[in-house]
Design a protein around this ligand. Structure first.
Ligand SMILES: [Fe+2]
Length: 294
């Protein structure tokens, strides 16, 4: 893939400090245009005592991740208490650094941000057979069947913490507007009554808006289209160990192909907190459909 196309997917940044002395509007512009920001020099030291955390034996049966919620409760864990304490502080350290980066680089985002639990993923990227809709090795934008979000943005910070030199490999896809243009015509019409029924029987946690209907339709149509998966504009990209990367995962098409041991911090923020709200999926979809969607 040529450099020009490459640079429209990923912006490489060589800063060596998580804390930014001043807001980075240039980075926000890239992020909000759907690019991935890739930092290859942000330090994250691993203490010798933490080396024993690099195993998937600490996962409780049926858990895919270990996650630390806002009250400091560790979920998905099984094992001795001392490891639980070490693991919690290991995850908390990453959360603190990710918060510092986002707060200092993008202060506008933080006015109304919601911080989701922080996760440590010790398992190799899922390789067993699973349903197409659940398969995150297929290019997709994030949208969740049970959790309507009414246009709220999903910002994610990732850290490849693999101790054995193994990269995390992603495919990154075309701009959101191109995706929306391609898939909207094939999505079934929104039905308020169907959304109401899904909410009544608790398939959804709240009423699915037309925006959520379209986002889910796009998510599913992307994953279900083999030709699109194979031949759409895309870049295969390796995040080496100690890489940190950020993207709006409701906008940037991504597929996790391989890798093991990763930290992840999700943030939710309203469209009004963006530096350029007109680049959001909500604004793009409303422009393309000529209607209000929430
Ligand atoms: Fe995803």
């Amino acid at each position: 893939m040529n450099q020009e196309l490459n640079s429209s997917f990923v912006k490489r940044i060589s800063d060596t400090s998580w804390h930014q002395p001043a807001p980075r509007l240039d980075w926000a512009q890239s992020l909000e245009a759907g690019e991935v920001l890739h930092f290859n020099g942000l330090p994250f030291a691993i203490a010798q005592s933490e080396e024993r955390l690099f195993t998937d034996n600490l996962l409780a049966p049926k858990s895919r991740n270990l996650s630390l919620d806002s009250r400091g409760v560790l979920k998905g864990f099984q094992g001795p208490e001392d490891l639980k304490v070490d693991l919690s502080s290991f995850i908390l350290r990453f959360r603190g650094l990710a918060n510092d980066l986002v707060n200092s680089a993008f202060p506008r985002y933080c006015e109304e941000i919601r911080i989701a639990p922080t996760s440590f993923r010790p398992k190799e990227v899922e390789s067993r057979k699973q349903s197409v809709r659940a398969d995150d090795r297929r290019l997709h934008v994030d949208a969740f069947p049970s959790r309507p979000n009414y246009g709220e943005r999903i910002l994610r910070v990732f850290l490849n913490i693999n101790p054995n030199g193994k990269p995390r490999v992603w495919r990154i896809g075309e701009p959101f507007e191109d995706i929306a243009n391609r898939f909207i015509p094939g999505i079934k019409k929104y039905s308020y009554w169907k959304a109401k029924a899904l909410n009544t029987i608790q398939v959804t946690k709240s009423l699915r808006s037309e925006y959520d209907h379209l986002m889910l339709g796009i998510h599913d149509a992307m994953k279900q289209n083999d030709a699109y998966q194979k031949s759409s504009p895309q870049l295969t990209y390796e995040f080496a160990p100690h890489s940190v990367w950020l993207c709006f995962s409701d906008q940037t098409a991504h597929a996790a192909m391989s890798g093991q041991f990763m930290m992840e911090q999700t943030y939710h923020l309203p469209v009004s907190s963006l530096y350029n709200p007109s680049s959001s999926p909500l604004a793009v979809l409303e422009r393309l459909t000529h209607k209000e969607l929430i």
